[in-house]
Design a protein. Sequence first.
Length: 552
Amino acid sequence: MTQTMSPARPLSAALAGQRSLDLALAAALVVLGAALAYLLVGGIPLIGIDDAAITRSYSENVASGAGYVYNVGGERVEGSTTFLWMLLLTLVYSLTATPEPIILLLCALLSFTAVYSALRLAHRLAIWFDLDPTVIRAGLAAILLAIPGYFLWTVWTMMEVALWSAALLAFLVLLSDLAEGEDGRVTAPGILILATLLPLIRPEGIAVSAGLLALALILRLYAWRLIGAALALSVAAFVALTLFRISYFGQPFPNTFYAKVSSDTLQGLKDGLKYLFDFVLSGLLIEAFVVAWAGAAVFALLRLRAPGAKALLLASATIFGTLAIYAALGGDHFVLWRFYQPIGPLLPVAFVLALAAAIRVRMAWWSVGAAAAALMVLGWVQYYQARFDILKEYALVERGLGFGTYLNTFEPRPSIGVGPAGGIALAYDGQIYDLLGLNWTVMAHANPVKEGMRNHASFDKPTFWAHQPDVLSAFNRACTRNANGTGQAFWSTDDAAFDGLFTDPDFRAAYIPVRFTSGDECWPGFAQPDWLETAEGPGLERLEWDTVEIRQ
């Protein structure tokens, strides 16, 4: 049965009786979605992925008093991108030395907030457009359970994705209420707080906040005082954080920006468009969702004075704005389109609204149920097929933790150059050079034009040779016998990221291939002869270059 509004029954009253149901459904979806994300890949280590480990290493250092640094005693550098998430994790680290359960719980709570926000917005739209909220809830629930990748990224990775998703969707709901004429005194505190927080969560938060506030102002000029105050707070937060970065780090943006974003704008845009098209064409029903939102935007513009049209327009702007921002920033390399996951609960809303309208006209419930079941199966199959790429992200952390703990037993502790820089930083107490530049300012700035592996193309040979770490670690590679069974085989994926370093004659003259072994664990690498002469530690084996094979 539909719920319609009358002057005597404002939106808040129409929603009040359904709040408990939406809360319960959101909680159930997070529990079930997270369980599916976990089970379909055969279990996930409860340690987060490598990029999350980088942020955790910064938080641990700040909590211990070492400062905002990657190496304790080293340079100040911001390789975590998300300032507010780093601060939240710093608080967690100040409470416990084993923060993983608390971080996972925090991620689950933020995921719940995001899903609940999407359900509440959908429920509002159902009321405004005289559609059945039960159909809306059922459709959203089926689709969200069909995309466990959202819960992988928001619950299990320990990244800031859940925080960004929760803040963005909650902000949209509050602005939608404001634009539709709800009492500004109710929405004002949340709008002001979230407008301030968005630029602190991610650098692009200032663009998201300013864009949505500007559109809300156009849609409801009478709220100019509140919207103006929110915009002022958002800009103030962005400026304050920028001034802090300049004073503390000596640069206005996180170091990850300089390590990832190429000065070749056309190249970056080309990569970003590939990322966008891959998401739209390969993600489950994403083409249908995008078309539905395009139609919703046109519908809202044509009926702008109708209840719900302004909210629909704000939601459309959130969808297309998010797609455009990350296309402009060049996308990234992570499995399941990490940058677009925060809008996951919002993406199906327009599609579900259209479905509810169609059901009201002529579609039978049994056909909808069958379609929902088929959709979930398709989504689970797609996610299951990606399980190896998913688990690789966690394996990087496991390998880094194991190798770092082992390497702490050596005297002297070597300086090491690494590719994956998260798990190793949580374990190793010596100096680490991030050869891909995310946590090393000199490397990040060495070459502004990034060519090669997306988001990991900052390696610069002259910078490497200027510092020459004692050990170049390939801990993310397994110890594998070469074709003759006498030495070590390396894969050229790392060699490509390192600009052919492994096959460079100068490198072969300066470094010796080695294997580090502890029990059943084995990690390959390369070491300088001077360190090898003095190194004392278990399981170190020197190899000869003629027994090493670099595979293509």
